[in-house]
Ligand binder design. Structure first.
Ligand SMILES: [Zn+2]
Length: 584
């Protein structure tokens, strides 16, 4: 893998300087963060043009003889691209671009390989992906598939931990066993407190010693928006549902430091770069200090991927911090983009209009009026608001809150977002469209859970799960993301495959009437995700004037005829701002 060269980037002009020197041609392309936004639907972004002088200077680098999927508004397929000053200089035929090769121009012969815009991951937990390899002990398949496996692996971890110290881990699933309770954990860890979270992030399990340290017993009430699991006698069983409840236990779990956070951000960059991801939106940053660390890492020039971060409000008290303690910092590599709420948890805690067969169906994480007031205040900051919604009632409450805030203060194009949007009603589709709300979703979840959706929600509601086709047909801006590390996959190929196949673990195709074409899915994962972050004028397609954020793939996945063929596609080069940040 090629090391990123910081020096070269610093020698080049920044995008802002370039825009100034390029005059008015790109005036509409100012890095959108804050109040100066323009409305461009993801399918109709205009091709930026360069003034003639700059367009004809020799390029720093050219790609020739390729299959260039530009994702411009006409879905143009070109042969060659020229890069200058970290930006796309020109796109066209080999003959067009060969004319820009000068003495110092680096030439990359694609030899028929495919070049796409860099993938933009609209929803992930970037630094938590790093935590999974440092702070937490993994209890994952293939080693851990059953409760017995978990107990064996936990016993091993406990044996390596001094008595009294915490064992902190995560697990994916336990076949036939649901979530582990303290009665499962106590026999293998009587003398070490244990805290393990389900990889999806919204359930946690503690043993008796951990409960004791946190002072949680039969008299502990459920927090608003969370559930403390109880046994038949009303005693806590060690299972916590939703972050509000998990916070009761987490306050005694030793926390990672901001030094760890910094390391996690840096150590996760190569992982995403190797998958062809050039920009990420960390959609769930808990703690203003962690937001601050992200911004510092960016300010100090340590990012070679482009990041945007959203601060998560878990409790009403976080509103004060959100409004007053976060710097609205923004540069080409890191920016504070807005705020995040979670209105429910994972599938069994989906906040719905009608009962389901999960744990709780009627529990929003936030008391509705408090939530709406917080949305109203944050809307006035001029930044975006993202809301995690699994159930249909969560979606509708979010739309109510957005609508009220937008009516009270009709600022242009706030472009608020619904994350996941797992179950939604047909009426919600029209409201999402009318309010200009972005849906940011993850169809790869279907592989994890698709076989169980009908049992959990009934056939009729299952048909309303991630209605991606319906959204696109309605003209709703759709963005795609990995949600790493909540699934085993960082790679956008898993997301694209989920969108085009909707395949379940058992090999069924879950409501295939909602599939997207590969062209649509790639557009959602590039232009759609750029749009979701107010960035469609500077990234998301291969057009002159945009960042030279590019990926070389070993084959043309537009021609894949099977899911396996798509899945077997490999990233060969990832480039950000004209610099190679990953190469096989
Ligand atoms: Zn997430």
């Amino acid at each position: 893998m090629t090391r990123y060269s910081k020096q070269r980037r610093l020698r080049g002009v920044t995008r802002r300087q370039f825009l100034v020197s390029a005059g008015a041609a790109l005036a509409g392309a100012a890095l959108a963060c804050g109040r100066e936004q323009t409305t461009v639907a993801p399918t109709t972004a205009p091709a930026a043009t360069l003034p003639p002088g700059l367009a004809t200077n020799p390029a720093d680098l050219v790609f020739l003889h390729g299959n260039v999927l530009t994702i411009d508004s006409a879905d143009t397929i070109a042969q060659a691209v020229a890069v200058s000053n970290g930006l796309i200089q020109a796109v066209g035929s080999d003959a067009d671009i060969s004319g820009l090769v000068g003495e110092g121009t680096q030439v990359i012969d694609l030899a028929g390989r495919t070049l796409t815009p860099g993938i933009i991951d609209s929803h992930n937990h970037f630094q938590v992906t790093g935590l999974m390899h440092s702070y937490y002990t993994p209890f994952l398949p293939p080693d851990v598939r059953t409760l017995q496996d978990l107990q064996d692996a936990l016993a091993e971890a406990v044996a390596q931990t001094p008595e009294g110290e915490w064992v902190i881990g995560y697990f994916m699933f336990l076949q036939g066993a649901g979530l582990p309770s303290r009665y499962d954990l106590d026999p293998v860890s009587p003398n070490n407190p244990v805290w393990i979270v389900q990889q999806g992030g919204h359930y946690g399990s503690a043993n008796s010693l951990a409960l004791e340290l946190a002072g949680i017993d039969a008299s502990t009430p459920d927090p608003v928006g969370g559930v403390v699991g109880r046994d038949a006698n009303g005693e806590p069983d060690g299972i916590f549902y939703n972050h509000r409840a998990m916070d009761l236990l987490r306050r005694v779990v030793p926390l990672f430091t901001q030094d760890d956070v910094r390391q996690n951000i840096l150590s996760t960059q190569p992982t995403f770069a190797a998958c062809g991801v050039t920009s990420f939106q960390d959609n769930n940053v808990r703690g203003v200090d962690t937001v601050g660390t992200y911004l510092d890492v960016g300010r100090q020039g340590e990012m070679y991927l482009r990041g945007a971060v959203y601060y998560t409000l878990e409790w009403p008290g976080d509103l004060e911090r959100a409004l007053n303690e976060i710097e609205h910092y923004s540069d080409d590599f890191m920016r504070f983009a807005g705020f995040k709420f979670l209105l429910d948890g994972q599938m069994t805690m989906a906040y719905c209009h009608e009962p389901h067969n999960g744990e709780r169906w009627d529990l929003p994480t936030w008391e509705p009026e408090t939530f709406k007031r917080a949305v109203r205040e944050l809307h006035d900051t001029g930044l975006q608001i993202c809301v995690h919604c699994v159930g249909d009632a969560a979606v509708d409450l979010t739309l109510d809150a957005f609508e009220e805030a937008m009516n009270a203060n009709p600022r242009p194009d706030p472009r608020h977002r619904i994350e996941h949007c797992i179950i939604s009603t047909p009426e919600a589709t029209q409201r999402i469209k009318d309010l200009g709300v972005v849906v940011s979703t993850q169809p790869q979840f279907i592989r994890m859970g698709g076989d169980r959706y009908a049992d959990l929600f009934g056939e009729e509601r299952a048909a309303r799960i991630m209605v991606t086709r319906e959204w696109l047909d309605a003209g709703i801006p759709l963005a795609l993301g990995s949600d790493s590390p909540t699934t085993p996959w960082v790679t956008p190929l898993a997301t694209l495959l989920g969108a085009v196949s909707r395949g379940t673990y058992s090999g069924e195709r879950f409501h295939p009437e909602q599939v997207l074409t590969i062209q649509e899915a790639l557009r959602c994962h590039t232009m759609g995700s750029a749009y979701a972050g107010h960035q469609e004028n500077v990234k998301g397609s291969i057009e002159p004037g945009k960042f030279a954020d590019l990926v070389v793939w070993n084959k043309n996945f537009y021609e894949a005829t099977t899911g396996q063929e798509l899945w077997d596609t490999e990233v060969e080069i990832t480039m950000v701002g004209g610099e190679i940040v990953y190469q096989v």
